[in-house]
Design a protein around this ligand. Sequence first.
Ligand code: HXC
Length: 259
Amino acid sequence: MAYQNLISEIKENILYITINREKALNALNRDTLTELADVIAFANENADVRGVILTGAGEKAFVAGADIKEFSDYNAEQGEELARNGQHHVFNAIERSSKPFIAAINGFALGGGLELAMACHMRIAASHAKLGLPEVTLGLIPGYGGTQRLTQLVGKGKAIELITTAGMISAEEALKIGLVNHTVSQEDLIIKATEILNLVKQRAPLAVSAAIKSVNAAVNEVNGYDVEISEFGKCFETEDFKEGVSAFINKRKSLFKGR
Ligand code: HXC
């Protein structure tokens, strides 16, 4: 499969996907999301694929979030559309896949990047990785399922602290709170992910699929995700959103007014 923003390769029944926009820290622009949706659909339909490992190009970033430059002039409707489309075709498609997806977090996993890692069934972080949901610094909230999945993974108290402070945590701290399954050195990242999928590959595929479906069913997702999408859209109507994005693009500190 030839993509502009992804590298994908099947080796011994494992599909390796690398998000390849290193200069923009692998930020998820529209084209990358479209390609991700395509490769995920391929993985789901192709019987040769028994598991997927998702990572980012380079050693600096897994994914530094949704592409801020692309949504800087969005209104509420476009914001909702962005969140809904992404959640449907990429984030929920990963979570609901019958095949295990592992996020191999090779650096910054921020905003939509951490949300992408959280949509995967397992997460392994390189020891230098930094994780966080900094959307409130832009006058936004997580819109790719982050408010729901972070709460499911680490509990409500930690989730609210991380989201409202926009704090970035280390791989070690992420391991401690249950946000990642393992931390390893950068060199061992893909090796560890491959080892786990090699174990899963030996198990009964239909049982693996049933297990993923059942674990997903343990958390009631539907309503919370809709609330998040609608609140995410509303953020685009605020002056603080325009201020947050303008401050990021112009590399200055933002001055929020609460309106
Ligand atoms: C677009 C981005 C980007 C992003 C980095 N870049 N993150 N472009 N969208 N999310 C670009 C920078 O503009 C810069 O381009 C280049 O990548 C290198 O980044 P620097 O900022 O120069 O690197 P550094 O100073 O080392 O800082 C690294 C960083 C910082 C701490 C990760 O880049 C950062 O804070 N990025 C934004 C993180 C963020 O707020 N993510 C959440 C986005 S909102 P130039 O052209 O200047 O070289 C989101 C919403 C999800 O994810 C929900 C949607 C529905």
